[in-house]
Write a protein that binds this ligand. Structure first.
Ligand code: ADP
Ligand code: GLC
Length: 480
């Protein structure tokens, strides 16, 4: 079975968050299930130079008015189809916005173009290759499903995965006439959304199946609290909704063979972590001691509960803890974390920016990772923490609730605890969780047991890839 995946990010070529990790790992995990996946991604400046030998397999004189080509290339294990459209993607900045952080004004066109090309490939195939199913990720690719449904590829099964319902790709009504969709695509059962155009919405009504990245988030988005205005639609399609947990790419996140850390270790050689810890303390100018060392590796945003961390830092330090923060995002939060590091020299360290290698060292050297999200579709950093013996301290929400077992008395006694879980959106709950973590850390035997239980837990792609494969096969059978 052949799958065309369409995504706006893919690790290791372009990444702003977990979507890239998933788009980069799932294809490899599906091989074991007899599936070949080719992934269509935009030709950003970080992508094109990495392609090596690339071949143009499709050309457009005017794709939304601009010349474009689809390049086929392999990068490592990834089988890529890269949309080389300089007018849309050859720009400095992030995949979605300029270096200053503002969104590109023509994002509607850039990602309609990506989706249009996905649908064209679904309809016509490429030389000697044709997908049996199309898998589109998030709003940036969701229109692929709409183009397919209203075009010649309508019979090809299409799956849309929601990685984050907060980002929906909403634009004005005026763009509709430029999308190249038939008039009947406008309407409540099409791309129209509260009087404007909704890309994710269009994908969700057009898909044969909707998946999201954890079972709990699949439930949560059916409620008005977390449905972000789409709960009605999602409820109406509940029979088509599946919550499939993300996995860890164990080839990249493996504490025993990670080239990005100072010293490898396993559950049996946890002592090896201390070399990583010392390096981490040095990187963040933190005191060299054995006090509980917390980390944050995150987008610095409201979703991630980072404003609540701000009001918990004095408490964390007061309890004797230390904190290393790596992240970027909202400027006021970046400033506040820098100020906290100034205020608590040696106890708090902040690095603003994106640093993949450093994120590995942090998981390998710290005692605990703080993830106080207000909502979290899946979350990957708690899974990396579990695998690296960096105990997750998480809000009970979304995928965090599905993957961390709270260290309550019963779980500790049974040796089942893997982390600390507290009520989400609750600043006092976060304070309490920090206090509990510090106390638990003081009991070396209990702490080590918790680290080991986390490291034993299997969050590889094995189970989840099987669920995707099962779903994909069922959809192809249904279409036949
Ligand atoms: P989200 O996709 O919502 O940001 P996830 O937990 O699913 O959250 O994925 C975040 C991914 O991005 C993880 O791989 C994490 O390690 C990485 N990450 C986040 N911020 C940084 C950063 N500042 N530097 C390096 N890696 C980061
Ligand atoms: C989104 C979500 C995150 C999830 C990631 C990958 O960015 O915010 O929770 O892990 O997508 O699915």
């Amino acid at each position: 079975m052949q799958v065309l995946s369409v995504a706006s990010e893919i690790y290791p070529l372009i990444k702003t968050g977990g979507l890239a990790d998933v788009a980069g790992a799932l294809p490899g995990a599906l091989i074991a299930h007899g599936m070949g996946v080719r992934t269509l991604v935009p030709g950003y400046p970080s992508v094109l130079p990495r392609l090596g030998k690339a071949k143009a397999v499709r050309r457009y004189d005017a794709l939304f008015g601009a010349p474009a080509a689809v390049l086929a290339a392999r990068v490592g294990e990834l089988d890529l189809l890269v949309l080389d459209a300089p007018d849309f993607f050859a720009r400095e900045g992030g995949p979605y916005g300029d270096p200053a952080g503002g969104e590109w004004g023509d994002n509607w066109k850039r990602f309609a173009a990506l989706s249009r090309v996905g649908a064209d490939i679904a309809a016509e195939g490429l030389k000697g290759w044709r997908p049996d199913l199309v898998h589109a990720h998030d709003w940036q690719a969701a229109m692929t499903a709409a183009y397919m449904r209203f075009g010649p590829a309508h019979a090809v099964p299409k799956v849309v995965t929601i990685h984050n319902l907060a980002f929906q790709g909403r634009f004005g009504a005026d763009i509709f006439t430029h999308l190249g969709l038939p008039p009947e695509a406008w309407g409540v059962d099409g791309v129209e959304y509260y009087g404007g155009t909704g890309y994710l919405k269009a994908g969700l009504v057009s898909a044969d199946a909707i998946t999201t990245v954890s079972p709990t988030y699949a439930d949560e988005i059916r409620s008005s609290v977390h449905g972000m205005g789409l709960d009605g639609l999602i409820n109406g399609r509940a029979d088509r909704l599946h919550g499939i947990l993300n996995g860890v790419d164990t080839a990249i996140w493996d504490p025993m063979a990670d080239p990005l850390i100072i010293k490898p270790f396993s559950a049996r050689t946890l002592g090896g972590r201390s070399a990583n810890r010392r390096a981490l303390e040095a990187r963040f100018a933190l005191d060299r001691d054995d006090a509980p060392l917390f980390i944050i590796v995150s987008r610095l945003t409201w979703q991630k509960g980072m404003d609540m961390v701000m009001s918990a830092i004095d408490h964390l330090v007061g309890q004797g803890g230390k904190l290393a923060v790596l992240g970027s995002g909202d400027h006021p939060l970046e400033g506040a974390f820098l100020a906290a590091a100034d205020r608590h020299r040696g106890r708090v360290g902040t690095q603003i920016g994106y640093d993949e290698p450093l994120s590995h060292l942090m998981q390998a050297g710290a005692d605990a990772i703080l993830i106080p999200s207000r909502f979290e579709p899946c979350g990957l950093t708690q899974l990396y923490g579990l695998r690296y013996g960096c105990v997750p301290v998480v809000a009970r929400i979304g995928g965090l609730a599905d993957t961390v077992i709270d260290a309550n008395e019963a779980a500790v006694n049974a040796g089942a605890a893997t982390g600390i879980v507290f009520p989400s959106s609750d600043p006092l709950g976060l304070h309490g969780a920090i206090t509990r973590a510090v106390r638990l850390h003081a009991n070396k035997a209990d702490w080590r047991a918790m680290q080991k239980a986390g490291m034993r837990a299997d969050f590889s792609w094995t189970h989840s890839a099987a669920r995707y494969a099962e779903l994909f096969r069922a959809l192809v059978r249904e279409a036949e």
